[in-house]
Design a binder for this molecule. Structure first.
Ligand code: FAD
Length: 298
């Protein structure tokens, strides 16, 4: 157990250093850049919390961290399969995008401290509360795992609201699923960034325009009942936190995921160090109150 009360990675690879080959059961093209890979557990019992990540890679290309996009607990797949949503940005991720159903991805983990929706770590405390999910861009991937987990146990939570901001209407992820989430009792407010000069207009978009923090002031929030979760690009955090403080939400009720550069996933290489902690182990999920003495964290 580490200093944050996290019992180390939930079950997965037999060794946290040794990747295991997992069969790709399905590849879904979500956008031009993002694909959703369904991985078979191949008889292994992977258990994880939303917000944790796997290291996934290919021989000759290396490996990188990817957030778990699937739900856990009652929302977990009975056969142990799970999904990773991978954006093609470079050498490894482009190679992964060339994989097809039936190919193999090498995976180790799960790693890190996720959202302990049910448990007893310092990240407990979501049950019975209203939850405000604030996602930006690809931050919707780990948020999807959390939302699915919570919707799998819907009656244990209060009002659920998702605010999701993205750059371009064509870049929205999981739009179809969001309709199911709404039908399960979650409000969803989508907003698209104002196009920068010279970029294409919003292609018929009729919804809200502006960064996610322009939506938060208009929300009806009961600060004593609400837990807010922020996952998105680094630039979003300071502004989102300020908007939540304006709504009187306490530091202890603001959760965020800090996706630092990571190489090893097991607290050895030091790439993800913030102050005295390793984000790959003590995070990536933190309460804002845990970061108050770490000015470099945000
Ligand atoms: C905890 C965690 C969870 C993540 N979850 C996901 C996920 O669910 N889906 C997903 O697509 N990506 C995720 N990432 C980012 C992913 O790990 C990187 O995109 C990946 O390392 C890129 O590898 P590459 O070899 O294809 O690109 P590289 O050739 O290494 O880099 C290509 C470009 O991506 C940038 N880049 C590389 N690593 C990161 C990083 N960690 N964060 C931001 N930019 C980076 C580089 O600066 C460069 O511009 C996550 C990262 C972390 C730390």
């Amino acid at each position: 157990m580490n200093s944050y009360g996290n019992t180390m990675p939930k079950s997965g690879s037999s060794s946290s250093y040794l990747p295991v080959p997992l069969l790709i059961e399905r590849v879904a093209r979500l956008t031009e850049k993002e694909r959703l890979f369904k991985l078979s557990a191949n008889g292994r019992a992977f258990t994880f919390d939303p917000g944790q990540f796997f290291m996934a890679g290919l021989p000759g290309y290396g490996e990188a961290p990817f957030s778990i996009a699937s739900g856990s607990g009652k929302a977990a797949e009975a056969d142990g399969s799970f999904e990773l949503c991978i954006k093609a940005v470079g050498n490894l991720t482009n190679a992964i995008h060339r994989l097809k159903k039936g190919d193999t991805l090498w995976v180790r983990g799960p790693f890190g401290r996720g959202f302990d929706v049910n448990g007893s770590s310092p990240l407990r405390g979501m049950k019975g509360r209203d939850i405000l999910f604030i996602a930006g861009g690809i931050g919707i991937v780990p948020m999807r795992g959390l939302i699915k987990t919570i919707l799998g146990d819907r009656e244990s939570f209060g009002a659920l609201t998702l605010v999701y901001g993205f750059k371009d209407p064509e870049g929205i992820l999981f739009a179809g699923e969001m309709e199911d989430w709404k039908a399960s009792g979650m409000a969803a407010l989508l907003t698209v960034d104002k196009p920068a000069p010279g970029l294409s207009p919003l292609k018929g978009w009729k919804g809200h325009v502006g960064v996610v923090t322009t939506v938060i002031p208009g929300l009806e929030i009961n600060p004593s009942k609400t837990v807010a979760v922020i996952i998105g690009p680094p630039v979003m955090y300071r502004f989102a936190i300020k908007s939540l403080w304006d709504k009187n939400i306490a530091r202890d009720d603001i959760y965020l995921s800090l996706e630092r550069r990571m190489k090893c996933g097991v607290g050895k290489c030091g790439h993800c160090q913030i102050g005295g902690i390793y984000a790959c182990q003590e995070g990536p999920v933190f309460k804002l109150s845990e970061l108050k003495d770490m000015p470099d964290a945000l």
